[in-house]
Design a protein around this ligand. Structure first.
Ligand code: BYC
Length: 320
């Protein structure tokens, strides 16, 4: 029997059993209100991160050091716009409109990833975003391909494929700098020094402070905890750093033979929460830029609406 045909407690139990058995939930299925709400929250935040995430890298498109690098960066930034669109579409299947989500982003009510509130000061920052930020995103997002909500899981499959290209181009860029002249290597090291800790924080608060984790893991929206994914990222990146010949800016970083993982020094959670609450180095600039881009795009929306109205009229005339 379909979930929608069941009543009250039976419906809730069937939903729980369906999700526990790795079944997918689709837009027209019955779902608990809190499941819908947390998905709208997470998917819209994710979409906003992709859209705001275009700014730090977009800042370097006109200053890329070669035609090849410029073409790669342009393609990457356009991919991020596409990711935002797939994710807004996935969130819309839950009953929220894109207009509502955009309004919440532009007013500062909605969250987006903390990482995009840091500045891109040099060309090496573009490499660090691809290598570290997209690298962290892949680790976080591969499990989301198995998320219990079908439209989100399916959007993530394509996004992860593109993120994989993004990570590789970032690593390749960092390799070119790290194996280049002394000043290029110094630029790469300086960027790593500034991006390492924000990238480690991207995975969210420690498990003990993560308010949504336990319920969202039970609902199979999240498959791993914030700390589990963070550790995976650290272990993977330490090895990549060795290949680059760069140093992670953490004097406490060491391999722990007992656990088989790398231990790190303390994370500055005060900095993380300050950035999340709007007080990072670029929060204001990011929102101002998003609002400006929205205003400057008004003529495109007006033209598209006028064209759609004309098409509707033409179709009605043809049908009459
Ligand atoms: N930044 O209970 P928790 C990209 C908030 S884009 C800001 O652990 P949850 C890319 C959290 O929202 C990458 N806020 O939450 C694009 C919650 O506040 P609310 C974006 C954060 O949901 C362009 C509170 O802290 N990826 O890849 O269980 C170029 C408590 O947290 C952050 C995604 O969005 C943060 N870092 O876990 C390059 C992935 N962390 O909502 C790359 C999808 C936590 O109660 N999202 N908060 O007000 C997720 O996987 C999860 O939502 C998170 C957080 C792991 C981020």
């Amino acid at each position: 029997m379909a979930l929608a045909d069941l009543a009250g407690k039976d419906r809730q139990n069937s939903f729980d059993e369906h999700v526990a058995a790795d079944g997918k939930v689709e837009p027209k299925d019955w779902m608990p209100a809190a499941y819908r709400k947390t998905l709208v929250r997470q998917i819209s935040q994710h979409a906003h991160s992709e859209v705001i995430g275009m700014q730090p890298e977009g800042n370097w498109i006109s200053r890329a050091p070669s035609l090849r690098r410029k073409a790669i960066l342009l393609a990457k930034v356009q991919d991020e716009a596409g990711h935002g669109l797939y994710l807004y579409s996935a969130a819309e299947t839950l009953g929220v409109t894109r207009h509502e989500m955009e309004a919440d982003l532009m007013s500062g009510k909605a969250k987006y990833s903390s990482i995009f509130n840091y500045p891109t000061l040099t060309w090496a920052d573009v490499g660090c975003i691809g290598w570290l930020v997209d690298g962290a995103a892949i680790i976080n997002q591969i499990p989301l391909c198995r998320c219990s909500y079908g439209p989100y899981a399916r959007a993530m499959v394509r996004i992860c494929k593109e993120e994989s290209f993004h990570q590789r181009q970032g690593f390749e860029l960092m390799m070119a700098l790290a194996k280049g002249t002394a000043s290029q290597k110094a630029m790469a090291q300086d960027a790593l020094n500034r991006w390492w800790w924000p990238a480690v924080m991207m995975f969210g608060p420690p498990d003990g402070d993560s308010v949504h984790s336990s319920q969202n893991m039970a609902w199979k929206i999240k498959r791993f905890s914030n700390d589990e994914l963070r550790q995976k990222f650290i272990d993977m990146t330490v090895k990549q750093c060795e290949a680059l010949g760069l140093d992670i800016p953490d004097p406490d970083l060491k391999f722990n033979a007992a656990t088989g993982h790398c231990d790190i020094g303390p994370i500055d959670w005060d900095e993380f929460w300050a950035v999340v609450k709007g007080h990072g180095p670029c929060n204001r600039q990011r929102l101002e830029q998003r609002n400006r881009a929205h205003d400057e795009g008004a003529w495109v929306r007006e033209a598209a609406t006028a064209f759609a109205a004309k098409e509707r009229d033409r179709q009605q005339q043809r049908a009459a």
